[in-house]
Write a protein that binds this ligand. Sequence first.
Ligand SMILES: *Cc1c(COP(=O)(O)O)cnc(C)c1O
Length: 408
Amino acid sequence: MTTRHPSSDRFPVRNGELTVGGMPLSRLAARVGATPFYAYDRALLKQRVEELRAVLPSAISLHYAMKANPMPAVVCTMAGLVDGLDVASGAELRVALDAGMDPREISFAGPGKSEVELAQAVAAGILINIESVREVRLLADIASRLGCPARVAVRVNPDYELKSSGMKMGGGPKQFGIDAEQVPEVLAEIGGAGLGFEGFHIFSGSQNLRAEAICEAQTKGLDLAVRLAAHAPSQVTTVNLGGGFGIPYFPGERPLDLPAIGSHLHGIVESAGVRLPGAELVIELGRFLVGEAGVYVARVIDRKVSRGEVFLVTDGGLHHHLAASGNFGQVIRKNYPVQVGTRGHDAPREVASVVGPLCTPLDLLADRMELAAAQPGDLIVVFQSGAYGRSASPMQFLSHPAALEVLV
Ligand SMILES: *Cc1c(COP(=O)(O)O)cnc(C)c1O
């Protein structure tokens, strides 16, 4: 199997070496000063947003969910490209504000927000997606203590699931949001507490590659928002329809059919214009915006042959890139797209496993993959690493140095 992952077009090989943003990998490694590192390509971030804008109705606001990649330089770049940022913690909120994003266009979702985080959000003037009655009561106290209004939306745990989603985050019993059937009661409480109600947030899942499933979730999300609007204490001015747009990681996976989603959203905008006049429609994406723009790079330290199988031992691994090791939510381990970045496409090939320096067999970046034959000193590249990479990994495990990050 020598079919190349589409990512290798985004990071083309020139003179036998993979390039990131036009720079040969070994030169980039020297520029960074150490391996392992994550490298993100600014031009690819911009290109991705442009691709989306080309198919989305102009009335749809595009938000970046920054937990996918919270590197401050990435967030600054995204802040200049999208209409808003979604944060999942008080620390992410600080980065979003530092990036210069207008607080009116920042929203905060996530279960278990602390009192301090809620106060940060009220003081900043951002939109808080309420996930429990506890938050309603705390926000009422905080708003009166700080003497500034609390802007809120209700995050709804829908009464349906997003079909074929890699990670379900709504439907059935969930820790996220407020069950749709309880929302009318919570809306009454929000009205009674004098919070500034703005609308609904309905996010049902992540990493979906089926356009029909995403469209169906958007249709149902709007229907649900319309139903719940009847109970709202004031006019609905925003409806966040979530995201869930996936990217292809594994052999046989196909990129999302963006034009299909775009044309469906045109219908959604039209329908919302009639049923919820004046409401802004938002989609929030993390992985889809940044995932394909990043690579993880580790250096081969040792090459071993064990009972006839080749092992390339690198200075990076599971502690930096849990997802590529197959331990971040995957049910069956599959290889991420991996390439030897310092060998050309016509180099001799062999079957090898790429492992890290940790004392666990889980520390596996590639399991018996066909790769260019590599030696110590070569650089291994893991594609599709711009989202849920460094910040979603147990960096302290075994106390090796942290992975660096660069935006090229
Ligand atoms: C994580 C998250 C997202 C982003 O999900 P992706 O799959 O990365 O696009 C969006 N909204 C909320 C509420 C989230 O928790």
